[in-house]
Design a binder for this molecule. Structure first.
Ligand SMILES: Cc1cc2nc3c(=O)[nH]c(=O)nc-3n(C[C@H](O)[C@H](O)[C@H](O)COP(=O)(O)O)c2cc1C
Length: 204
């Protein structure tokens, strides 16, 4: 029944096998076990350039993402976002916010805004569209509660989710994640992952 459902994960961690990779893979493994089609995009392996703030992509009206003037992997990634039924958006906290890797990607989500010259502020193209479920995942060296309350990481991830037409149905902030070189997710995080994954399914 879930075979046709596609969940796209976009991961802004620099570190292969780190805490973010473990958490995202955990969510996706749980979904695979429920017959869901999943894809894990690691931004560190994906060719996404910096936005040039030219706003060309924001001039075209309509619900569909605008066309960016840059010719890199972003057009392909936007197509994957459009085709997905739900999202996992993830990034560790670096210097109190998402990584620059995730921020670079999220600034390219300008294609999801309509902001013609002469207007003071953009409109979100997906504002009036049905929302797709999204889970946001972050981690930090600080205790989790402190990280959730004081860092911009979750706010950055939420804005990215809203921009692509997502509705956040769950989040996980894992704290105290920097004392070991090969840090492993603790058992309570594994349990949280198991509980979160089904929230991306329609029956939930
Ligand atoms: C350069 C750098 C900056 C960091 N900045 C913060 C920070 O501001 N606050 C915090 O609590 N943890 C910070 N951390 C710790 C990471 O958020 C934490 O180790 C995270 O779990 C790493 O995720 P990863 O395993 O996916 O790389 C920082 C780590 C690095 C390497």
């Amino acid at each position: 029944m879930n075979k046709q459902r596609k969940i796209l994960a976009i991961n802004g961690s620099y570190r292969a096998g780190g805490v973010t990779d473990q958490a995202v893979s955990g969510i996706l493994d749980n979904l695979k076990a429920l017959d869901v089609d999943v894809e894990h995009i690691k931004l560190r392996d994906y060719p996404v350039e910096f936005c040039m703030n030219c706003r060309e992509c924001m001039q075209q009206p309509g619900d569909s993402p605008g066309r960016c003037v840059l010719n890199d992997g972003m057009a392909d990634l936007v197509q994957k976002i459009e085709n997905a039924d739900g999202y996992v958006l993830a990034a560790p906290t670096n210097f109190s916010s998402v990584t620059a890797l995730f921020k670079r990607f999220s600034e390219r989500l300008a294609v999801y805004g309509y902001w013609p010259w002469g207007k003071p502020a953009p409109q979100f193209r997906k504002d009036k569209m049905p929302k797709k479920p999204a889970i946001i995942i972050s981690s930090c060296a600080a205790p989790g509660v402190l990280g959730k309350l004081t860092y911009g990481t979750n706010r950055n991830l939420k804005i990215a989710a809203k921009t692509i037409g997502g509705r956040v149905v769950g989040s996980m902030v894992t704290g105290l994640m920097s004392q070991e070189r090969a840090q492993q997710l603790p058992p309570q995080a594994q349990r949280r992952i198991k509980a979160l994954a089904p929230r991306l399914l329609p029956s939930h």
